[in-house]
Ligand binder design. Structure first.
Ligand SMILES: Cc1ncc(COP(=O)(O)O)c(C=O)c1O
Length: 316
């Protein structure tokens, strides 16, 4: 199998055209049916080192940082799984990581993530508010310019990183053993690469009637149709290099903002209840992303849709 990735199996030429370093040792991830109308794509199991969704994107982005050498700069909340995943895999490639972090409500998961960040030796710059993050990031990139740092976009959601979830969608279709595709695929929507990649990959595989629902867990100013649309256009441009020309109307991602609650990282009662249901299926979710997304997935399955939930959380 070409690089062990469904995308390269489908578009052989891509492998010669895009940077790629295998980091995830758990692919393809299992697809478990946990209830009558509910399946879970187990992306908590993408890697035995640190699973979750980020490693699929980092496989396409970290090789560029490694080519540059030395230092990578990124950003996220103080409990960012993205920053932990980046630090874990950057270390494997001998890269140092500096992260600009902004406050978010402290939960058990945030505490655990902070401990991981300390363990990984990430150099941390704190900013007092998330809206100041882009300014501080720019300031750090300017200050560190003599070291030629690589800027890893927060959330690793660039067109290149999004290829990781195009591949995940192809993997999902390959592993589906039901007579008809599901009605809906649900995932948490933060920086957007996960759901945009899923929507493109499902269309590529011919699941044009399956809707992809992104459960918005971040502010509308950073997570909105314009941001997702430009990421989709950029990713399709990369795929065109590999010979994929999209004529079929890929359904745009549906953004579901009803589960967001008071703000980024704030637990919600629906998310807490979803966490209990998740535990009864042997799954672990956390309040910022996956509890809210799982609440949405459950509501849809309970209302009669056949739903695949993409479990993007590595686990605590
Ligand atoms: C556990 C988890 N799920 C989902 C997401 C959201 O993915 P994306 O940023 O691709 O929208 C994140 C992002 O950090 C995450 O940590």
């Amino acid at each position: 199998m070409a690089g062990g990735r469904a995308l390269f199996e489908r578009l052989h030429r891509m492998q010669d055209l895009v940077p790629f370093t295998p980091l995830a040792d758990g692919l393809p991830t299992p697809l478990d049916q946990v209830d009558d109308r509910l399946w879970v794509k187990r992306d908590d199991l993408t890697s035995s080192v640190y699973g979750g969704n980020k490693v699929r994107k980092l496989e396409f982005l970290l090789p560029i940082a490694a080519r540059r050498g030395a230092l990578l700069v990124t950003a996220g909340g103080i409990g960012s799984h993205h920053v932990v995943a980046t630090a874990v895999y950057a270390r494997q490639l001998d890269l140092e990581v500096e992260a600009v972090l902004y406050p978010q409500p402290i939960t058990d998961d945030v505490r655990r993530t902070q401990a991981h960040l300390r363990e990984q030796g990430v150099r941390i710059r704190l900013t007092p508010h998330r809206y100041l993050m882009p300014l501080v990031l720019a300031q750090r990139m300017a200050a560190l310019a003599p070291f030629r740092p690589y800027l890893l976009w927060p959330g690793a959601s660039t067109p290149l990183g999004t290829l990781g979830y195009v591949s995940a969608a192809l993997e999902l279709v390959d592993g589906w053993d039901q007579p008809a595709p599901p009605d809906t695929v649900v995932a948490a929507l933060g920086s957007g690469g996960t759901v945009v990649g899923l929507a493109i990959g499902l269309a590529m595989a011919g699941w044009t009637d399956t809707r992809v629902v992104g459960v918005r867990v971040a502010d509308r100013s950073v997570t909105n149709p314009a941001v997702l649309g430009s990421m989709q256009a950029g990713t399709l441009a990369l795929l065109a290099l590999g010979g994929y020309v999209s004529c079929s109307a890929a359904r745009p991602v549906e953004i579901d903002g009803r589960w967001f609650g008071p703000g980024y990282g704030h637990p919600t009662p629906a998310g807490d209840a979803a966490g209990e249901r998740a535990a009864s299926y042997g799954l672990e979710v956390e309040p910022t992303y996956t509890a809210k997304a799982f609440a949405a997935a459950l509501a849809r399955a309970d209302a009669g849709e056949r739903v695949v939930f993409v479990q993007t959380y590595a686990g605590g």
